[in-house]
Design a protein around this ligand. Structure first.
Ligand code: ATP
Ligand code: MG
Length: 180
C-alpha cells in the first residue's frame, strides 16, 4: 500500500465523505487540509468575501503539510494535490449530478455555476497533472455513493485495479456539457 494519498477535486465531488469511508476501511490517518489551513498561524490566507472562499498562500501551506503528514495518511481537500503525495486521486462528477449536489448547499447560483464550469474544464485535474504527472489518477463518482467510491479507491491502492482505466483524460465532460 502507498504511504500518502491525496484526494482532491472540485467542491461537491465527495472528497470529505469518500475520504472518511476510505480511512475507516484502511486504517489510514485522515488529514483535512482545509482544517489545517484554518488552524495554522503559519499559513496566510485571505477571505474572498464575494466568492466566500479562501485564497491560500500555497508555499506556506506546503511547508506546514510537510511537517504534519505522518506515515499512512490520506490528505483530503481541494488543495490536497499541492502536497507531494505518492498518489493524487482527483474525484470527478458529471456536471448535471454535481449541480444537483451543490444545490443542496446554501450557495449562490453564480458560485454553483463557477464550480460546475471548473469541473467541466478539468481545472483541478490539470493543476495536479502539471505538478505530479503520472502520479495522478481520476476516479468518476457519478452515479456511485461515497461507500462505493471508497471501495474502488481501496482496490486501486491494493493494486487490484488496472491503473490504465483511471489515467487523466479518461473522464470528459466538455462535449456533453457544451453540445448536449
Ligand atoms: N458519491 C456520491 N454520490 C452522491 N452524493 C455524494 C457522493 N459523495 C458525496 N455526496 C454528497 O455530495 C455532497 C458533497 O460531498 P462532500 O461534502 O463530501 O464533497 P467535497 O468534495 O468534500 O466538497 P468540499 O470541497 O466543498 O469540501 C454531500 O452532500 C455528500 O453527501
Ligand atoms: Mg469536503
Amino acid at each position: 500500500m502507498l504511504n500518502t494519498v491525496s484526494i482532491s477535486g472540485t467542491p461537491g465531488t465527495g472528497k470529505t465523505d469518500v475520504s472518511k469511508a476510505l480511512v475507516e476501511k484502511t486504517g489510514y490517518e485522515l488529514l483535512d487540509v482545509n482544517e489545517v489551513v484554518k488552524n495554522s498561524e503559519e499559513i496566510e490566507f485571505v477571505k474572498d468575501e464575494e466568492r466566500n472562499t479562501l485564497s491560500v498562500d500555497i508555499g506556506s501551506m506546503r511547508k506546514v503539510l510537510e511537517e504534519k503528514v505522518v506515515d499512512k495518511t490520506v490528505l483530503e481537500g481541494h488543495l490536497s494535490h499541492h502536497h507531494g503525495s505518492d498518489m493524487i486521486i482527483v474525484l470527478r462528477c458529471s456536471p448535471e449530478e454535481l449541480e444537483e449536489r451543490l444545490k443542496s448547499r446554501d450557495w449562490s447560483e453564480k458560485k454553483i455555476r463557477e464550480n460546475v464550469e471548473s469541473e467541466v474544464i478539468d481545472v483541478i485535474l490539470q493543476e495536479a497533472v502539471n505538478m505530479h504527472g503520472d502520479k495522478v489518477i481520476e476516479v468518476d463518482t457519478t452515479g456511485k455513493n461515497s461507500e462505493e467510491v471508497a471501495q474502488e479507491i481501496q482496490e486501486i491502492l491494493e493494486g487490484k485495479k488496472e491503473l490504465e482505466e483511471y489515467r487523466p483524460g479518461t473522464v470528459e465532460w466538455s462535449k456533453e456539457y457544451l453540445y448536449g
